[in-house]
Design a protein around this ligand. Structure first.
Ligand code: PBG
Length: 324
């Protein structure tokens, strides 16, 4: 059967027909909003390269979480910017550290909101790398203990999910072991499993003050041209006990996401990262494209490729546009 008996346009003729034939739906349930916590009270600092994104002190972050929950967004992911940094990233697992206090504030403000924490050392080390150094090398095994202690401190502060983003080998197993031993066997691990050494993290590093002082992250984050290796990373993280696998960035790696969807029967997340957000916002600000439509189309593409949910800086604006 083909033309003229087949006419593909028939089901595109009205919005109601298009709604019935629609294969992928983006809903508020699919969104996770990243939030940045800074020291102080009443502090609200816009991030220049990410219009609409602000760094908030814990008190304002709690209020923001109420608004987020009222919009129907199920979860936030928290990043902390500490006042002081050192070589081992001591602030990362400080029980009274910036993220630990932000988690407590968020849970106090909205107990039912799912609070995810990013587990990494790069915001806390004076050299800006994601693990501890031996000479100029990021040392894998010594970093595991620091990362596991960080995840545990987040769980103790009340985090509902911990999300390691460092890309050290064995971090998921190390974190799982420490969480289980301390009575947090029920806290899931969302693994940044396929995290690429990407140019698209630029604006985030301005927001999080986490640009490496020397070198780059190519010695631990993945090489962009590799897909098979990403699937191996994901399989390993699953074996180590990851509950959710994430691909990051999102749009430049939709092929990885689609292949992961075929292979793994676990929830998949994708991170529409700072640079992906900044590109759209910059073009929209110049009137070069319709920002909200382009953002929706992008997030739908990420879902269509296989993501169950998406971390996006546009979560609030998108949630507000989606009907319940
Ligand atoms: C920490 C971390 C980064 C991002 C999330 N967690 C930065 C990096 O790896 O350099 C990037 C998020 C974004 O760009 O939106 N390791």
């Amino acid at each position: 059967m083909s033309f003229p008996s087949v006419r593909m346009r028939r089901l595109r003729r009205s919005e109601s027909l298009r709604r019935l034939a629609r294969e992928t739906r983006l809903g508020r349930d699919d969104l996770v909003l990243p939030l940045f916590a800074v020291e102080g009270r009443g502090v609200r600092e816009p991030v220049a390269s990410m219009p609409g994104v602000e760094r908030l002190s814990a008190d304002l972050l709690g209020e923001e979480c109420k608004r987020v929950a009222d919009l129907g967004i199920p979860a936030v992911i928290l990043f902390g910017i500490p006042a002081a940094k050192d070589a081992r990233g001591s602030g990362a697992d400080d029980p009274l550290g910036i993220v630990q206090r932000a988690v407590a504030a968020a849970k106090r403000a909205v107990p039912e909101l799912c609070v995810i924490t990013d587990v990494c050392l790069c915001e806390y080390t004076d050299h800006g790398h994601c693990g501890v150094l031996e000479g100029e090398e990021v040392a894998n095994d010594p970093s595991l203990e620091r990362l596991a202690a960080t995840a545990l401190s987040h769980a103790r502060a009340g985090a509902d999910v911990v999300a390691p983003s460092d890309m050290m080998d064995g971090r998921v197993a190390a974190i799982r072991r420490v969480l289980d031993a301390a009575g947090f066997a029920d806290v899931p691990i969302l693994a940044y499993a396929a995290k690429y050494a990407s140019a698209f993290y630029g604006p985030f590093r301005e927001a999080a003050e986490s640009t490496p002082a020397f070198g780059d992250r190519r010695g631990y984050q993945m090489d962009p041209p590799n897909r098979r290796e990403a699937l191996r990373e994901m399989a390993l993280d699953l074996e180590e006990g990851a509950d959710v696998l994430m691909v990051k960035p999102a749009l430049p790696y939709l092929d990885v996401l689609a292949e992961a969807r075929r292979r793994f029967d676990v929830p998949l997340a994708a991170y529409h990262v700072s640079g992906e957000y900044a590109m759209l916002m910059a073009a929209a600000a110049r009137g070069w494209l319709d920002g909200p439509r382009a953002m929706l189309e992008t997030l739908v593409a990420i879902k269509r490729a296989g993501a169950d949910f998406v971390l996006t800086y546009a979560a609030r604006e998108i949630a507000a546009r989606l009907t319940p």
